[in-house]
Design a protein around this ligand. Sequence first.
Ligand code: SF4
Length: 247
Amino acid sequence: MIYDLVRYQYDDKSALKRENVLLVSLGCSWGKCAFCDYQDDKSSSVLACDTVNKKVLQNVKGKDINCSCLDVTCSASYTELPFTTMNLIKDVCVLKGIKKVILEGHYLYRDSNKYYADFFGRYDINVMFRCGVETFDEHLREDILRKGLPHVTPEQLAKYYQWINIMFGMEGQTLEQLHKDIETGLEYFERINLSIYTSIPRGPKRDKEAIEKFYNSDFYKELKDNDRIDIFDEWDDSNDHKVGHDK
Ligand code: SF4
């Protein structure tokens, strides 16, 4: 079903100023990640997806607010957006002078990236590809989170993706591992999104103590000041990062 979510946000706090849109997809084919409750925001109807997505994309302002970057997320991989929606994205980019589009997808779809880079490239639009990695701890990522990247190395990922998502704050994760994940992320990728974990029913638990420890650490200050890292916490008090929140 299509949820009532905040689907547009302008992020002018990040070093990479960008407009964020959360679109509706046809559904995630992988669908196994233990921490994911957003994959239900979908429709099997291309028409329904396009109708919502067109409305969301009408919010994009681009050159009107001096912003040339559009970050596209959905409840699946970008390849699982109808291609008609992809055309709508391209149209709004051309109309609003967007020069960089961010597309997020599962590693399963890595071979598709080049086709989409070509598609947007024809309109002089550069694409950055982002992949949800969550952690480089193989046991946690594959046995607990069921992320579906078995034995995939940072080198292999970096051939296809310039940006990764890292997650912290679930039971079993340590600050030491986060240090390693960030270090690896910064070595191989241009940017990192660090999400502070929010628990879901039947998913791993949120480790409040570890999160508190992180927020009180110098490491947090260091990451906050790093222009290549954005930190997201849906449960933050000031609710700074609203994309994906229930309305
Ligand atoms: S690939 Fe993404 S949308 Fe699909 S289950 Fe995993 S986190 Fe959810």
